[in-house]
Design a protein around this ligand. Structure first.
Ligand code: OGA
Ligand code: MN
Length: 307
């Protein structure tokens, strides 16, 4: 940086946005690399709050990619038509990269609806994602209904289960597969052979153990990328899954983020689920841009955690 460029102030504050998860970071410009001290503070705040909202940002695609890479390697998306300018940039929008609003029957609009069910990003991969980072470019007006992203805290959801259900879940794995989202919306074109090959069904423990948090446990499920439990009959697995899906949606675990333009929201996919709240896609434009930090390795379950 030359000495004539703007010097950023590090006078930022981190303040919780709810009792269950999330904090906002005000006064920090993340368009330039964070210094080592700031990165450490932000890293710790991320562990403590699971979700950070950096307000009032102004970020190009490249700046968002550069910010995201400070937290790890980025994922590339399995489907090129959902990306924008680079394979690491995912266009979460009812508007094309060129700026035309999709017809509500356009596949790219319908595809957004898969996100309306609680999930964690990339759980359909053998190595699920660590964090997603989403930037608000066009957001709904304040008086419009919906359009928020809702998050649910899987530490709290796990803690609230009865001892009996915890014991029942202990040895279970869930089947996660990318194609499941398509089955929810049969009007969507089928997943191609290459996509299916790239992201075949995988299983993960239903209880996730977090080695970097004293082996604390959380639930690890999805409701948009599967509903089967390995080793159970389809009916039994689906019944248990439906119970868990209802459990995680309870408001005492949840926080809704109402988007403001310029928000950069970074959330921990290891311990939160999220979903998009429905909005009138014909009436409103909503343009968010996502990057995704890859996980460090396969997830730990109760039997794989180091004591
Ligand atoms: C996503 C997602 C939620 C939203 O892009 O992964 O779940 O509110 N988006 O659009
Ligand atoms: Mn998502």
């Amino acid at each position: 940086m030359s000495s004539t460029e703007v010097v950023r102030s590090n006078d930022y504050v981190v303040q919780p946005v709810s009792n269950v998860l999330g904090a906002e970071v005000i006064g920090l410009d993340v368009s330039e690399p964070l210094d080592v001290g700031t990165l450490a503070v932000i890293g710790q705040a991320f562990i403590d709050h699971h979700l950070l909202v950096f307000r009032d940002q102004s970020l190009s695609d490249e700046a968002q990619v550069a910010f995201s890479k400070q937290f790890g390697q980025l994922e590339a998306f399995p489907e090129a038509d959902k990306t924008k300018s680079a394979i690491e940039i995912y266009n979460v929008a009812n508007v094309s990269p060129k700026g035309e609003q999709f017809d509500i029957n356009d596949h790219r609009a319908i595809y957004q609806k898969v996100n309306a069910r609680f999930h964690t990003d990339s759980s359909y991969r053998t190595i699920p994602s660590l964090a997603s980072i989403m930037y608000g470019i066009e957001v709904l007006p304040d008086n419009a209904q919906g359009g928020e992203t809702e998050f649910s805290n899987m530490f709290l959801a796990y803690d609230a289960l009865s001892e009996q259900i915890k014991a029942r879940l202990e040895p279970l794995h869930m089947v996660h597969y990318y194609e499941f989202g398509r089955r929810l919306y049969p009007e969507l074109p089928p997943v191609s052979i290459e996509e299916r090959r790239m992201v075949p069904p995988v299983t993960h423990p239903v209880i996730r153990v977090h080695p970097d948090r004293n082996n604390r446990r959380s639930l690890f499920i999805t409701t948009n990328a599967g509903n089967e439990i390995g080793g159970m009959t389809l009916e039994e697995g689906q019944a248990l899954h439906a119970e868990l899906a209802e459990h995680v949606a309870q408001p005492q675990f949840c926080h809704r983020h109402r988007w403001q333009r310029g928000d950069l929201v970074m959330w921990d996919n290891r311990c939160l689920l999220h979903r998009a709240i429905d909005y009138d896609m014909a009436a409103h434009r909503r343009v968010l841009r996502r990057t995704t930090v890859a996980g460090a390795g396969p997830i730990s379950g109760p039997f794989s955690a180091e004591s």
